[in-house]
Design a protein around this ligand. Structure first.
Ligand code: BEZ
Length: 224
């Protein structure tokens, strides 16, 4: 079945984008990467999403995450749509966004990456691309995927939050609990022995007592 599973390597596809032809691995380089797909150009939900993504581009850049969008239509359509997206953001209607948009006119990538929404059809009865988010680590492996239908806009604050969580796990060996926000305490992973955890987290570990007597609910302040 086409699609990508956690741990899979990003396919090294070639594609035309609003910033020229790319090879995906070269585009990613040593950075983290986010690829987010859209059903169609000049559609309302997509326009609001891309406007928000453009406004948050500096936040992704601060986290060393390269952004790239994908939509069905042509590069020319994408460039023309960019003007609307910038205008929606209250800016000059320029043909440029802070990230490229892939032109997937024949849905080849959408099929390969398992991105189609069978419930949302275009005028020819073809399924539109769903709203997928793939986040790749610097090793080009898939660290997270989100799959929304075409009719539900994503929450880009949540996407930034999950990037923070993924990077805390990658660099600080911690997990993040329910409803975690940056600055909240994080959790020591169950596989880390107590003595090692004490060394790794000098700010201290707070273990919540539980009826089972098992000491697995271990919190530590978010590491710097
Ligand atoms: C939209 O972006 O508004 C949209 C696109 C396809 C189906 C439904 C909504």
């Amino acid at each position: 079945m086409p699609g990508l599973l956690l741990g899979d390597e990003a396919p090294n596809f070639e594609a035309d984008t609003t910033q020229g032809r790319i090879r995906f691995h070269d585009f990613l380089g040593d950075s983290w990467g986010i690829l987010f797909s859209h059903p169609r150009d000049f559609t309302p939900v997509c326009t609001t999403e891309l406007g928000r993504a453009a406004k948050l581009a500096h936040e992704f850049s601060k986290r060393n995450v390269k952004m790239i969008a994908l939509s069905i239509d042509s590069v020319q359509d994408h460039l023309s749509w960019c003007k609307d997206i910038n205008a929606y953001n209250g800016e000059q209607p320029a043909e440029k966004l802070p990230f490229p948009i892939i032109a997937d006119k024949n849905r080849e990538l959408a099929v390969k990456l398992g991105m189609l929404d069978p419930d949302e059809l275009d005028k020819d009865g073809m399924p539109l691309t769903a709203r997928v988010v793939f986040i790749f680590g610097p090793d080009k492996k898939l660290k997270l995927s989100i799959l929304y239908p075409a009719t539900t806009g994503r929450n880009f604050d949540e996407i930034l939050r999950v990037v923070d969580s993924l990077q805390l796990t990658a660099y600080k060996k911690v997990a993040t609990p329910v409803d975690w926000k940056p600055g909240d305490s994080v959790m020591v992973v169950p596989t880390l022995p107590e003595e090692e955890a004490k060394k790794l987290f000098p700010k201290g570990i707070f273990t919540k007592e539980l009826p089972s007597g098992k000491k697995y609910l271990r919190y530590t302040p978010q590491p710097e």
